[in-house]
Design a protein around this ligand. Structure first.
Ligand SMILES: Cc1cc2nc3c(=O)[nH]c(=O)nc-3n(C[C@H](O)[C@H](O)[C@H](O)COP(=O)(O)O)c2cc1C
Length: 381
């Protein structure tokens, strides 16, 4: 199986599975508890049918959107994800370059493996910095200042990870940073030697967003301990309101699920929210973002930009979300499997397939711009 044989999400996932050691594949593919929410995120789109219009003259389609003050050539962006250089040795460099080629936004995680400054200098496309809130307020201020100076366009505070999700696949394989593999996990690395060769032949693994502030060297601090010891479970609305004021720019909360929280986010001055359950990796049983979208758009859509992520695998999923009122849609595994399968070329192919699907689907729906997508074209089963 080669990259040119990949025509959809499932093909990329299959190729990624062949290339990656089992524990790493399962870190990407896995989710919390029984993975009910993970499955439902995609399944929720199937409850919704599209009703196309015909004979509307659709030779040219404009799928660009403006969201969080950024003009995107397509309504899909690469949501921030951790540890990308473990999936492919080019990691965030590959994703940022592919996003820039597609004219869309990409996110850099606090647990990213390439520095946000380097990525900012390399590409002009809009860049999000995904932030976790630390107990040490001085550290929060220093990290925000660093992102501001680097020219980050959007601050995105993740609020659904106040404690780590129960990812049982990782418990079984021993996936953690630093690695604490079980014997079974080690064997799975041994049968994928190319991954190991690439890993040792390239730049040393690091977490540049944190390295300056947290000693992660030689196992001094694990990511698990970073979450429990350094992040602040007492974070509340006042803390975030202060952050919003300090950032003084595009500020988005990622992981909002309730209407009440969406309203509160608007009140404290957030310019956007992402309806998200972290790809089913945190609270299993949490509702699918697509199922929550209409209520939240109705409550705050006229005041702030409402985005969503979770389970998006197809152009039609994107059209359904936009029709309900989402301003743009984030993807995670949709670009991570292609990254693992083939680096930058993989992510480029995935985003280009998505673009082609959206264009084709908009034509089939009888729409030439995103503004023509509406709830009139949807029915729920
Ligand atoms: C392997 C992996 C790592 C992730 N790391 C982060 C992260 O560091 N910060 C964050 O806010 N979200 C993270 N996410 C969540 C994504 O940003 C996004 O919300 C989610 O992947 C969307 O679901 P999808 O994968 O079904 O598209 C991660 C997701 C995956 C799959």
């Amino acid at each position: 199986m080669r990259l040119r044989d990949c025509h959809n999400f499932h093909d990329f996932r299959r190729l990624a599975r062949r290339r990656l050691p089992g524990p790493i594949f399962n870190y990407i593919d896995g989710a919390a508890d029984d993975e009910v929410t993970y499955r439902r995120n995609t399944a929720s789109f199937e409850r919704c049918d599209l009703i196309p219009n015909i004979l509307r003259g659709v030779e040219t389609v404009d799928m660009s959107v403006t969201v969080l003050g950024q003009k995107l050539a397509m309504p899909v962006y690469c949501s921030p994800t951790a540890l990308q250089r473990l999936f492919h040795h080019h990691g965030e460099r590959a994703v940022a370059a592919a996003a820039a080629k597609a004219g869309t936004m990409f996110g850099v995680s606090s647990l990213g493996t390439v520095g946000l400054e380097e990525l900012r200098k390399a590409h002009k496309t809009p860049q999000v910095y995904q932030f976790y809130f630390h107990k040490d307020r001085g550290l929060n201020r220093a990290m925000m200042q660093r992102a501001k100076e680097a020219g980050v366009d959007v601050m995105m505070l993740t609020v659904d990870s106040i404690t780590g999700g129960n990812r049982e696949r990782d418990l079984r394989t021993g996936f953690s940073i630093p690695f604490q593999l079980t014997l079974g996990g080690m064997l799975q690395f041994a049968i994928k030697p190319m991954w190991g060769i690439n890993y040792v032949r390239h730049e040393r693994f690091k977490l540049p967003q944190l390295d300056e502030h947290v000693d992660m060297s030689r196992g001094a601090m694990s990511i698990g301990r970073y979450f429990t010891e350094m992040l602040d479970p007492s974070m509340n609305w006042n803390d975030v309101a202060e952050m919003v004021r300090a950032w003084n720019g595009q500020f988005c909360l990622k992981g909002v699920m309730s209407v009440a929280d969406a309203k509160r986010a608007a009140e404290i001055g957030c310019t956007g929210i992402v309806i998200s359950n972290h790809g089913g990796r945190q609270l299993d049983g949490s509702r699918a973002p697509f199922d929550q979208l209409a209520e939240i758009v109705d409550a705050v859509g006229d005041r702030i930009d409402v985005l969503m992520d979770g389970g998006v695998q197809r152009g039609t999923h994107v059209l359904k979300a936009l029709s309900l009122g989402a301003k743009a849609v984030g993807v995670g595994r949709f670009y991570l499997f292609p990254l693992a399968a083939a680096g930058q070329a993989g992510v480029e192919r995935a985003l280009s397939l998505m673009r082609t699907e959206i264009e084709r689907d908009m034509k089939l729906m009888g729409c030439t711009s995103v503004s023509q997508l509406s709830r009139d074209n949807l029915r729920f089963r």
